[in-house]
Design a protein around this ligand. Sequence first.
Ligand code: APR
Length: 278
Amino acid sequence: MACQERDPTERRIAKPVSLVAFWPVALYLLCMLDEIVNAVRNCRSCVVLTGAGISAESGVPTFRGSEGLWGKFKPEELATMAAFISNPKIVWEWYKWRRQVVGEVKPNPGHYALRYLQQWFDQFTLVTQNVDGLHRAAGSENILELHGNIYRNKCLDCNHQFSEDMDIDPDNIPSCPHCGGKIRPDVVWFGEMLDPQIINKAFSESEQTELFFSIGTSAIVHPAASLPITAKRQGATLVEINPEMTPLSGLADYYVSAKSGEFLPTLIERLKQTSPPG
Ligand code: APR
C-alpha cells in the first residue's frame, strides 16, 4: 500500500549523508527531515523495527561492531540450545550478567520518541529484536518482541513460562515443577524458531504498512531483516536510521546517518511544530 501524495514515478534511491563539509550535511539532513515529516503526515500506518542500536544510548552494548558483544564472546557458547545443554551454568551466568546490565539502565530519548510517534498513525506496530524491555518501560504499546524477553523464564522441555521475578542460581538451576526440565531464559537463541504468532503478525503488518522505519539494527539477522524488505516490496516508504550503513541502506528511501536518540526526538519536535497528532 503506497502513501498518499507520493509520486509513483519518483526514483526511490537511498540518500547517504556522508558529505565532506558540515553545512551541506546539515542542510541535507534538514531537507530529509522535512521529507520524513511529510511521509509521517501522509501515511496512516507505520511499522517500526528496532535493534540493539536503539538501546545503545541507554548503555546496553550492541552485538556487532567494534564494541559489540559478539566481538568479545562467542555466540555459539552462550546463545544456542547446544551451549545450554553442554554448559547451562555458563549460559545462565551470561544471562544473569545481561539482566543486571539492562536492569541498571533506563529508556533513552529514542525510546520515548517512538512512544510519541505512535500518535500520528491509525495503525502503529513496534517490532523489536531487543529483549531488554526498554520500549515497554518507555510506555510504547503494541510491541512485538521477536526474540523474547530477557526477564522471562521458561522450561527447556515443556516451554511452560515462569514469573519474571524468579531468581536463578547458575550453580543450582531450578527444574520445571511440571516435567522436571531445566529452566532457561525465554529468549530466542541462534538456530531456534521464532514464536509463529509473533513473527506472522510482524510480517502481515509489514505487508500492509505504508511507512516502515528500520532503526538501530545491522539488518542481517533473519527473519527480522526480511521485514523491511517485505514492506518495501509492497510499496511502503522505507526509512533507515543508523550511524552505520547496512545491507538495507541501498534499498531505503531515506537513509539517515544518525543516532536514534538524537534524530528521533528531532523528528518528533518537527512533527509537533508542523502537524500535531489527531
Ligand atoms: N542509534 C542507531 N543505531 C545505532 C546506534 C545508535 N545510537 N548505535 C549503534 N547503532 C547501530 C549499529 O551501527 C548497528 O548497525 O545498531 C546496529 C546494531 O546491530 P547489532 O549489534 O547487530 O544488533 P541487532 O541488529 O539488533 O542484532 C540482531 O542478533 O545476536 C542477535 O539476537 C541478537 O537480536 C539480536 C540480533
